[in-house]
Design a protein around this ligand. Structure first.
Ligand code: LMG
Ligand code: NDP
Ligand code: PMR
Length: 403
């Protein structure tokens, strides 16, 4: 019975995977960051030791370390031109939620190229510092800076702190997210927005709106703003049809402030459902990327992109799910859906969207096929609805105090 179900499920997947391929840019990941098999093994080893004891050099006082790190580890930015041959300076990339999972793997992949300085924008300063060290990221390849996306004050503070470092901003990666699949009641951000949409969408919306000016001012040849999306927000896929499905409705809850008091905590005005709130937030992420593209690409030349990195079934995203789910989900994705990717592989994929010269097209939602070749994927009807994108933008502007 279970086997039967499994084979039914498997055969359904081949339709999704093969049916929509529209391969445009095919990149061999093996050559991308020069990460050899032994490097990967090393990463596997270190990432499993992330819970190791605090490094000696770290004090318990996060505030002191924060100040010190900002003051001491800003990279020296050099632009050199020898014999008329331009040497590109290191790019500066801000990655939110770089303390675990996809964000950490991406930070490591980029840092190891030697071409990037990663600003790890994290809510837990010590966790991020430890994660970077355990992952073996070279000391001068990163700066940890505090950012709590569940507080708009913190977002503004982060932007101020970042500007104080006087590092140019070349790429911004909005990666952090929370997922509350088992919550019966909503919880809220500092400003009283439902936590998943407040963090995953509104926090990132304010962050990227503020930092767009910094991106504009950068002289880097390929400036990018990347917002991580997901298959589960796209109802044109099997995964996006697993209940509860994403649906923003007429945005009445969002317009009401998602506070669960005089308005619903859900964007569509319905009853709270944590899994749906997460999927809705991913729809907002993908709509926001496209609205950025429409409003800013031509004027600024910035590349706006979103992506589905694959199912990284082992990350902290599922920390609040029931233990049975956490046990079964990775083998289910590995052997049945075949949608599983390791953190390392997913990090390389997002790393490509940050830095690969062939992924400069703006307004694209990237995905990868079975051989890890990137392709421009199609978004669901709702996740590509131009009018909805405009309204999400306008309502969000009001909520975060930009309009
Ligand atoms: C919800 O339940 C919870 O209600 C919610 O609170 C939240 O936790 C949320 O996403 C998180 O989950 C989801 C629940 C209900 O699914 C499950 O938890 C799994 C149920 C197991 C069903 C058996 C399937 C057999 C597979 C064998 C697998 C082995 C074991 C591993 C499983 C562990 C990991 C999951 O889901 C359901 O109601 C079940 C129905 C799911 C089918 C959905 C598919 C619909 C397809 C519709 C077709 C769409 C066509 C589009 C295609 C386009 C292609 C071009
Ligand atoms: P993780 O839980 O491992 O990473 C999420 C990161 O977000 C953590 O670093 C976490 O910090 C951070 N974060 C959470 N809340 C806040 C906050 N308020 N302020 C700042 N940072 C915060 O999950 P993943 O790596 O899986 O998720 C990364 C991205 O990938 C998300 O956008 C997710 O939607 C997307 N994604 C994931 C898929 C998967 O299968 N895992 C599939 C498709 C998309 P801390 O370490 O302190 O908890
Ligand atoms: Mg899904 C090709 C099939 C496929 C893929 C790629 C995913 C990805 N999932 C697929 C299928 C199924 N899932 C099927 C058939 C089921 C029913 C058994 C199923 C169930 C399921 C659950 C309960 N899946 C989940 C959950 C979660 O709690 C995850 C979630 O929805 O988080 C919002 C999840 C996911 N499935 C995925 C991916 C990538 C997730 C992780 C969440 C994300 O970031 O989008």
């Amino acid at each position: 019975m279970a086997l039967q179900a499994a084979s039914l499920v498997s055969s359904a997947f081949s339709v999704r995977k093969d049916g929509k391929l529209n391969a445009s840019a095919s990149i061999k990941e093996s050559s991308l960051f020069g990460v050899s098999l032994s490097d990967e093994n090393k990463f596997d080893f270190v990432s499993s030791s992330l819970r190791c004891k605090r490094p000696h050099s770290l004090s318990k006082n996060g505030a002191i370390i924060r100040a010190q790190t900002i003051a001491t580890s800003a990279p020296s930015v050099t632009r050199s031109s020898l014999d008329g041959k331009k040497t590109l300076r290191k790019g500066n990339v801000v990655v939110t939620g770089a303390s675990s999972g996809l964000g950490l793997a991406t930070a490591k992949a980029l840092a190891e190229t030697g071409k990037w300085h990663v600003i790890m924008a994290c809510r837990d300063f010590l966790k991020a510092e430890r994660a970077a060290k355990s992952a073996g990221m070279p000391k001068d390849s990163y700066t940890v800076m505090h950012l709590d996306l569940a507080s708009l004050d913190s977002v503004r503070q982060f932007v101020d702190n970042f500007r104080r470092t006087e590092m140019p901003l070349d790429v911004l990666v909005c990666n952090a997210a929370v997922y509350q699949p088992t919550a019966n009641q909503p919880t809220f951000t500092a400003e009283g927005f439902e936590l998943s949409v407040g963090t995953n969408h509104l926090g990132h919306f304010l962050l990227s709106r503020l930092l767009i000016d910094d991106l504009k001012n950068s002289d880097y040849p390929s400036k990018r703003l990347i917002i991580v999306g997901s298959i589960t927000g796209n109802t044109n896929t099997l995964a996006g049809n697993v209940p509860p499905k994403a649906n923003l409705g007429d945005l009445r809850g969002l317009a009401g402030g998602l506070n669960g008091l005089n308005s619903s905590a859900m964007i569509d005005g319905g009853d709270f459902n944590g899994a749906k709130a997460y999927k809705d937030s991913k729809v907002c992420n993908m709509l926001t990327m496209q609205e950025f593209h429409r409003r800013f690409h031509e004027e600024t030349g910035i590349t706006f992109a979103s992506l589905y990195p694959g199912c990284i079934a082992t990350t902290g995203l599922f920390r609040e799910h029931i233990p049975l789910f956490r046990t079964l989900f990775p083998p289910f994705q590995k052997y049945i859906t075949k949608g599983y990717v390791s953190e390392i592989e997913a990090g390389k994929r997002l790393g490509q969207v940050v830095s690969d010269p062939s992924l400069t097209k703006s307004g694209v939602y990237w995905s990868w096929n079975k051989t890890s070749a990137s392709f421009e994927n199609q978004l669901s009807q709702e996740a590509s609805d131009i009018e909805k994108a405009r309204r999400v933008w306008e309502v969000s502007e009001k909520l975060v105090g930009l309009a």
